[in-house]
Ligand binder design. Sequence first.
Ligand code: HAM
Length: 417
Amino acid sequence: MKKVIKGLRGMPDILPGDAGRWQYIENTARTLFAQYGYEEIKTPVLEETALFQRSIGKETDIVQKQMYNFKDRGNRDIALRPEGTAPIVRSYLEHNLDKQMPYCRLYYVGPMFRSERPQAGRNRQFYQIGVEAIGSASQYADAEVICLMMKLLEASGLHDTELKINCLGCDKDKEAFEQVLRKALEKQVKCLCEDCVQRHKKNVLRIFDCKNDSCKLILGSAPKIVDHICPDCQAHFNKVKEALESIKIKYSVNPLLVRGLDYYTGTVFEVTHKNLGSQDAVAAGGRYDGLIDDMGGDRTPACGFAIGVDRLLLAARDKIPSCNNDVDLFLVLLGEEAQKKGFKILADLRENGVACQMTHEARSLKSQMRLADRLKAKKVLIIGEDELKNDKAILRDMENKQQKEIKINDVTNTHLW
Ligand code: HAM
């Protein structure tokens, strides 16, 4: 028996129907990004493992448990990118993009890879559409990035989302808060899950990402970072909230939101949707004012977001139209000679930008008409032996069902249709 090889678990195929919806989302994104002044950047899916260890953080779940990293044939440590921010910062520094544009607005679309347990809304290869706005510390940068994210979700057909924001403070605030939190949790360490016991020692903020109910309960009464940020960070956060209110972006402050990547400072945010079940975050992001410095550049403020396209599609599938290819004309060809002629007409029409199709196999009139129907062809041109003899084909309008005769040699003059 022949064995059919299947795709890898958690790495789904995107089949034609859904690929059309995917295209719709991407087209919507590109139009909005252009309107907001963002330019596309494409980085490779493979990078040095060290890039993600240094940026996302060695003690994060993404780096510790989810990264696809391996030695390549040259014995180099490389990884499939689990996210897009670190590669873009790498590219920004490597190509001195700051010298070309003091305020760099970049967007990206592409697959990311995380070896998580697959479930609804959680894949091992998933797709993000994201932006990185590099070079501004202003509250308007945070607010504009959040606004763009919300507009894109809405324009893609996802409504009734919930936007949660929080502030992690600057590097100093984060460091000081880590001491406060570590001390506050000391007496309850025994009640934390195994992972959180380690996190308590190595990267205490990550306890906030834990999904374990008993850890969540303990954190409910633990100190919150937003109450421990310096006056400058507090003022910035207030200004971000004010800017969001001025453009009528609804949000709520969630003091437990810290995000699972170490590079964040200042504003962080997440968008959830009720249709998504346990994996309910459809988009997320924040500020990362220390990352460019950590990666070897000058200190440069920056912020961005990423939308999970798989989740967006899951939550709003019915609302997202499919970018199906339009068929202007379908050629119904009966007999070998008609096919020969039709094949030439098709080539000429396509040269003139007309979207048209024919079947390559000989099929009955009924079966070809059925196919034209399925493809939602606007018009059908029928050529059989008689039509060839008389140099006249039948042109049928599939909407109003009207038919007329047209000279075969005139078919390429589309104004005669
Ligand atoms: P993130 O929260 O790790 O952030 O991912 C952003 C979004 O990607 C999530 O909200 C979710 O919709 C989607 N996502 C993440 N993991 C999976 C998965 N396994 N399966 C399906 N969808 C998933 C980042 O990646 C940051 N780089 C965002 C950012 C950009 N921050 C600043 N700039």
